[in-house]
Design a protein around this ligand. Sequence first.
Ligand code: FPP
Length: 236
Amino acid sequence: MTASAASISGGADHGARHVAIIMDGNGRWAKGRHLPRAVGHQRGVEAVRVLARAARSMGLEALTLYAFSSENWRRPADEISDLMGLLKRFIRSDIEEFVANGVRLKIIGDYRALSADIVALLDDALARTAGNRGTTLVIALNYGSQAEIARAAAAAAAKGPITPETIEAELDTADLPPLDLLIRTSGEVRLSNFLLWQAAYAEMVFTDVLWPDFTPAHLEEALAAFARRDRRYGGR
Ligand code: FPP
């Protein structure tokens, strides 16, 4: 489908329904300012908050953010604890706004392995926003794409034949629109075990901007680049 055809079927001019972001560079943002890494993560959450609000006005059906990978457990304990604390504060402070604005919260990844208080907080937020029909804000927590695909393949096999369609139906993202655009900040050019299956035909944008500096204007720029691309899905 060409970008112009996509814009006819999509809800907004850019044609993208589902954008995912690998939010990278909090540490370097802090280091560049001689600040503790924790401050970089705090500013990273601020960027999440601003972007989640903007996603709605940009007509996105889903915004998926890589907040904590299954490999992030290798980080020092105090950094993990900072990240978990920020997650808790973010959910507590923003849940009323999600409810008021029709944002549906969704978690992908094995979040039930997180601490019991976070699981309870997330379960409550998920239940309170489950019926919302606005943008779906998807937070990847304790997420690893290879494990997700393995779980999905096992679930598909338990039900019948394994095909791309039956695996896809078991992925954590099964109820989301197809991934259109994947963005990674901070100049790194890799997928880091994020949405490997879903990215099969996604367009990619890699930017040098560090995550705490990423604004809705940067997202608009990426969506404009997306709209200019000719998506052929293997055809010509
Ligand atoms: C990468 O920066 C970012 C992360 C490991 C996690 C992203 C988390 C947030 C933005 C905050 C929590 C999110 C929510 C939704 C509450 P890095 O530390 O790898 O940066 P560096 O590569 O410059 O060191």
